[in-house]
Design a protein around this ligand. Structure first.
Ligand SMILES: Cc1ncc(COP(=O)(O)O)c(C=O)c1O
Length: 401
């Protein structure tokens, strides 16, 4: 029997053959563990980043139709042709990006798999990959699987701007790739054109690949639109543009993502994907064509709804004296709890909030590699019904007063 960071008991037979050393520092996802702890303690779950509201009914109906119409066997490994065409159309329509369904697009089991497949397909063993921290925990795991050497560059509160001088110092001859996530989980930053240009210039100078995570491309609160890295000068050839349907269409359990890569890299990405998963779920790929055909009004409503959720989130943080910078995009906020509980670290505070207050959050330091960072922060996810956020507000207020 072993005990995890939050005291969950796990069966472990000490006489078992030990797992591979390859996993090194990797341990179970703290975020997923928080969700289990939330269930155990009946807490409002603002830890894991999934919507607690339903997807659009026409998307659900399309999935039901697909099951009935016989889309139940493997499809071509790199994706249902109609879905790849829909992704091609999406990229063209929103970003004027010319990715070709046949030559450039691979449908994957979520962005998670797309990141792993891309790193394994493009990064040579031992090469360096730059990760901006705080980071989505999957990036380090992907580096471990790909036998890549992660190099971390931190964004600092409260503005979380990308310090291009610091980033330059992280680049070297050994740099093969940088993973760039905008809109950003967990800070909510939407990188400016100047920041994107700065990254692009370094990628060109050091002949590095940019692997982007654009899963929140439709969720932002600022006037500037999302800028895909591949649209910048000289970047199309050296960028793998990764996106997914889970967040935009509230379908995180469907496990659908995609990687759009230049022709030089696509066969390698497809090979890794093929041998890891064969293909993403076939009937859900059919239904995803309907999702990607939603009218513009869907995206406008999405932004309006998220604005309301963000306003509610910021209001409840303010009332609870949890200090936070309002996110520019995505659906998370990192909040500093030192005015509430100076004596606790982030794991203790997350545990206290979950077990005693009844609101589950994620410890800030789990998004950082550099020791000491994130120790006074926790992350709240607000892709939730307003009633859910109200319930969290009520519990936080009760604990505060
Ligand atoms: C930045 C980022 N990338 C990737 C993922 C996972 O995406 P998927 O569910 O498509 O694997 C998440 C989920 O929270 C995320 O925040």
């Amino acid at each position: 029997m072993t005990t995890t960071a939050f005291g969950l008991q796990r069966q472990f037979d000490e006489t078992m053959i030990l797992p591979s050393q390859r996993l090194g520092p990797l341990r179970e996802s703290v975020i997923r563990e928080m969700t289990r702890l939330a269930i155990q303690h009946n807490a409002v779950n603002l830890s894991q980043g999934f919507p607690d509201f339903a997807p659009a009914p026409e998307i659900i109906a399309a999935a039901q139709r697909a099951l009935g119409e016989g889309f139940n066997q493997y499809v071509v490994s790199w994706g249902d042709p109609d879905l790849r065409q829909a992704i091609q159309n999406y990229m063209q329509k929103w970003y004027a990006l010319a990715y070709d369904a046949t030559r450039h697009i691979t449908v994957t089991c979520g962005v998670t798999e797309a990141i792993v497949a891309t790193l394994m397909a493009t990064v040579h063993s031992g090469a360096e990959v730059i990760i901006i921290e705080p980071y989505h925990e999957n990036y380090l795991a992907a580096c471990v699987f790909a036998d890549a050497q992660p190099v971390f560059v931190a964004l600092e509160p409260p503005r979380y701007e990308l310090d291009l001088d610091r980033l330059r110092r992280a680049f070297s001859k050994k740099t093969r790739a940088i993973i760039l996530n905008t809109p950003h989980n967990p800070t909510g930053r939407v990188l400016t054109r100047a920041e994107m240009e700065g990254v692009a210039a370094l990628c060109r100078e050091f002949d590095a690949i940019c692997i982007t995570d654009e899963i929140y491309d439709q969720i932002f609160y600022v006037d500037r639109a999302h800028i895909p890295m591949a649209t910048l000068d000289g970047m199309y050839e050296r960028t793998v543009t990764i996106g997914g349907l889970g967040k935009t269409f509230a379908l995180t359990g469907w496990r659908l993502g995609y990687a759009c890569a230049p022709e030089t890299l696509t066969p390698a990405v497809r090979t890794v994907h093929d041998f890891m998963t064969i293909c993403a779920p076939a009937p859900l790929q059919r239904a995803a064509v309907t999702a990607l055909s939603m009218p513009d009004a869907y995206y406008a409503q999405l932004k309006r709804d998220y604005r309301l959720r963000r306003a509610k989130m910021m209001e409840l943080l303010e009332q609870a004296q949890l200090r936070a910078t309002a996110p520019e995009g995505a659906y998370y906020v990192l909040a500093d709890f030192s005015e509430w509980a100076r004596e606790m670290d982030d794991f203790q505070f997350a545990e206290y909030l979950t077990k005693q207050v009844g609101v589950a959050v994620v410890p800030g330091s789990s998004f950082y590699h550099t020791p000491g960072l994130g120790k006074t922060q926790v992350r709240f996810a607000f892709a939730k019904k307003l009633e859910t956020l109200d319930a969290a507000q009520e519990r936080l207020m009760r604990a505060r007063h």
